[in-house]
Design a protein around this ligand. Structure first.
Ligand SMILES: [Zn+2]
Length: 502
């Protein structure tokens, strides 16, 4: 990270600190390679991604933006699981993509293609930075077979009629990520009975086809015709595209307990160099719908298209997610989404006049933002607050608060406010520099107001008129800001002020 100049003071910003699930503590993140390698577990393309799924990608995007802010080059890989993920996350039984094809009477290729496109549509709508690579599991089956064969040659596996299994007894550190210290602690769901399996934790590297049950997607292997186990693809594709060791692996917190535990076990056995495979494991919490965590398998969970139909902008959903810290569970409610859309509307209304003040500054990095804020001490202080917030384990709610404060701070110049809005937007990705307020319209009718709400608004409008009569412009402006917060647009006409709800 290069030094930057803030108000004539050289600062390199705050040290980026992230919560590492491996060890469960906050650690300083400093790059150890020219390019930081980052891998995020991607979608299984057998159904529409729902809103809970999207939290993981918005979270990974926040990591990307934080690294960019710190001037750290990143290579990001997100896999597309188009084979191998068995129904209900277990090792045996039907493949999720094949099951969907049978249900929808389409080919597995059609299913995978259709839902892969749905995934890309959603990440684009949510302004998620594109990854450098989106490898598809089906393109790497040959390498997966080679990987599993190496594990077998090293003695980490055993064969059963149902496939090739990883022998977790061979890994003394098995389960460290999930903090599982003894066998038998994983009685929880998703561990099914497999005839001949030595330990409950052992998992399939290869799922051999059952006699008489021919799979649609099938490959020949030293263990018979079949398909790879689900965990294998992430190890193989990440190592193929990022090198044997890389820096950051992200995913939903559900992956911390099983999928990522198994990725680590097989990768470290394969590499055999005694080093931790990946340095930082970052996990986002669930989005709760009612009391349920949103899981794609549960079915019926809302997706982004449903929100759009209901009149919400995708950026309102993004703001709703970033309004909570990624390690906190978030409750998805209509009230919360309404509040997010109203906040976004106010932000865009405040930022809009700044757009015409001059070209929107490039402020993707702290260094660039600091140059734009130079000469404005109040702006430099606000920028430092934003940098402190992103550095403190990606505290996006604090960035939002800092931006809202800055946009109201009379001590900050127009240029400074513009730089701060651009900087916050580089970190949050809300498209503040280009969103059309008209796209965020969700007008409430005056008839919907309660008598109390109506009274408050009319009183404020009257107070402002009085303040203007008394030439108390500061008071008048303050009241206008209060009305703005209530979603009231005020226009002064020769006949007096006219107001309407946004
Ligand atoms: Zn994965």
């Amino acid at each position: 990270m290069g030094p930057s100049v803030v108000w004539g003071i050289v600062t390199s910003g705050h040290q980026l600190r992230l919560y590492n699930s491996l060890g469960r503590q906050i650690e300083a993140f400093a790059p150890v390679r020219d390019v930081t390698g980052m891998y995020s577990c991607g979608p299984t393309v057998y159904a529409f991604p729902h809103l809970g799924n999207m939290r993981a990608y918005v979270f990974a995007d926040t990591v990307r933006r934080a690294l960019r802010w710190k001037g750290i080059p990143v290579r990001h890989v997100v896999n597309i699981t188009d084979v191998g993920h068995a129904v209900a996350d277990t090792d045996t039984g039907e493949d999720k993509v094949e099951a969907a094809a049978a249900r929808e009477r389409r080919s597995v290729q059609e299913i995978a293609g259709f839902y892969t496109k749905a995934f890309f549509d959603d990440i684009q709508a949510l302004n998620i930075l594109p990854a450098d690579e989106y490898p598809r599991a089906t393109a790497y089956v040959g390498q997966m077979i080679g990987f599993a064969a190496t594990l077998e040659a090293k003695g980490f596996t055993y064969r059963l009629p149902s496939g090739l299994y990883f022998d977790t007894a061979r890994d003394p550190r098995y389960g460290e990520l999930a903090q599982l210290h003894a066998e038998g602690q994983r009685e929880a769901a998703r561990v099914e009975q497999v005839a001949g399996r030595r330990r409950k934790t052992d998992f399939a590297l290869w799922r051999t086809e059952e006699p008489g049950r021919r799979r649609v997607l099938r490959w020949d292997s030293p263990w018979g015709w079949g398909a790879p186990g689900w965990h294998l693809e992430c190890s193989v594709m990440s190592i193929a595209l990022l090198g044997p060791h890389f820096d950051i692996h992200t995913g939903g917190v559900d992956h911390r307990e099983l999928h990522h535990v198994n990725e680590i076990a097989q990768s470290e056995a394969y590499l055999g160099d005694g080093k931790p495979w990946v340095r930082f494991w970052l996990h986002n919490e669930f989005l709760q719908l009612g009391a349920e965590k949103m899981a794609k398998s549960a079915g019926g969970a809302p997706r982004l298209a449903d929100l759009r139909t209901a009149g919400y902008h995708p950026m309102a959903f993004r703001l709703f997610l970033l309004g909570g810290h990624y390690r906190s569970q978030l409750d998805f409610t209509t009230a919360a989404l309404d509040a997010a859309q109203a906040t976004l509307r106010r932000l865009v209304a405040r930022v809009r006049p700044l757009r015409s003040a001059g070209p929107w500054p490039a402020a993707d990095t702290l260094t660039a933002a600091a140059e734009h804020a130079a000469g404005d001490p109040a702006a430099a202080r606000a920028l430092d607050q934003m940098d402190a917030a992103i550095s403190a384990d990606l505290n996006t709610p604090r960035i939002l608060a800092a931006l809202q404060d800055a946009l109201r701070d009379p001590a900050i110049t127009l240029d400074g406010q513009q730089a701060l809005a651009a900087a916050a937007d580089a970190l949050l990705g809300l498209r503040l520099g280009s969103l059309d307020p008209g796209d965020l319209e969700q007008r409430r009718a005056v008839e919907d107001l309660t008598p109390e709400e109506l009274h408050v608004i009319e009183q404020l409008v009257a107070d402002r008129t009085q303040a203007r009569k008394e030439r108390d412009w500061a008071r008048a402006d303050q009241i206008r800001a209060e009305l703005d917060d209530l979603g009231v647009d005020l226009t002064d006409t020769p006949d007096g002020p006219v107001w309407q709800l946004r």
